[in-house]
Design a protein around this ligand. Structure first.
Ligand SMILES: Nc1ncnc2c1ncn2[C@@H]1O[C@H](COP(=O)(O)OP(=O)(O)OP(=O)(O)O)[C@@H](O)[C@H]1O
Ligand SMILES: [Mg+2]
Length: 278
């Protein structure tokens, strides 16, 4: 059923009608096949200060992208724009298969289109079990009481069990979330996004406050999650970034300074000067 739904959606800009291709700002054809998100010329100003300055980048379907850069470079602001928390002064963010322009939509609408975002501080329901937290998340806006007392459908239960395995918490299933370690809460929150089956997962500083061991397991988790979905990780911990990095984007003063493999960005004198050298 999921595959069917995907097929319909991927086929949305049907070549015969060609509706999307006539769009003024259509994605360049050479990139269109793989691109899932196209950030095009985004500028965000706060009282005249440009937090993002004509920023453009593209994300590919299933890729694992790391975004690094000094404090204040605009990394979190970029996530705020993609998820609709901040409206840019100019520029576009396009979800590619459907050519949906995200900067016009609400946070809720963007989340419903399959863009999940994890904030730095975990926001799990402390008084509920791990399983209940996942159940609440998977049912979205259907109300806490109905969720807790309603009967779970088989496939839904199966999906939650799958996610429990993925985030490494099957043994904590019935534990109150408030009793979990900080790292486990972070994984639970990632799980709460996963049950909603996002196409794009945005993780802002996912290992902040974690032990070394938890960070290593998070690296494994993040690598597992990419492929089936696009994962974007903002992180200052270079050891972690090195463990997971494929393509790395370096932001500086609201624009892309450099992009490429970890080896490439680490060797770039501009990156060393503004970030890595310190
Ligand atoms: N709501 C806001 N009002 C005013 N200035 C803001 C606001 N949000 C962000 N800024 C400013 O925009 C710039 C970019 O901030 P942002 O949080 O995106 O940086 P960052 O790259 O995530 O930094 P860090 O690595 O410290 O998390 C900073 O100078 C910040 O002070
Ligand atoms: Mg930030």
């Amino acid at each position: 059923m999921t595959q069917e739904a995907l097929a319909v959606e991927d086929g949305a800009p049907a070549p015969i009608t060609g509706g999307a291709a006539t769009e003024e700002h259509a994605v360049p054809a050479a990139r269109a096949a793989e691109t899932i998100l196209w950030v095009d010329g985004i500028t965000v100003s706060f009282d005249g200060f440009r937090a993002l300055d004509d920023l453009s980048l593209t994300l590919e379907k299933g890729e694992l992208r790391c975004i690094i850069g000094p404090n204040g470079a605009g990394k979190t602001t970029l996530m705020d724009v993609i998820t609709g928390k901040t409206r840019p002064d100019s520029g576009r963010v396009e979800l590619v298969p459907s050519h949906t322009e995200l900067t016009r939509l609400s946070e809720f609408e963007i989340a419903r289109l399959g863009i999940g975002r994890k904030f730095q501080r975990p926001t799990v329901f402390q008084g509920h079990s791990v399983f209940e937290n996942l159940e609440l998340a998977s049912r979205g806006g259907k109300g806490v009481l109905r969720t807790l007392f309603g009967r779970l459908k088989g496939p839904e239960r199966g999906r939650i069990d799958e996610v429990l395995q993925l985030i490494g918490l099957p043994e904590q299933r019935d534990r109150r979330a408030g009793l979990l370690s900080h790292g486990h809460k972070q994984w639970l929150e990632i799980g709460m996004l996963l049950v909603q089956d996002p196409k794009v997962l945005l993780l802002d500083e996912p290992i902040a406050g974690m032990s070394h061991q938890e960070a290593e397991r998070t690296a494994e988790l993040v690598k597992t999650l990419a492929g089936e979905r696009t994962v974007v990780v903002v992180e200052h911990d270079m050891e972690f970034v090195r463990q997971i990095a494929r393509k790395v984007t370096v932001l500086h003063e609201g624009s892309v300074l450099c992009e490429g493999t970890m080896d490439k960005v680490q060797a770039d004198p501009r990156v060393i000067e503004v970030y890595l050298g310190t």
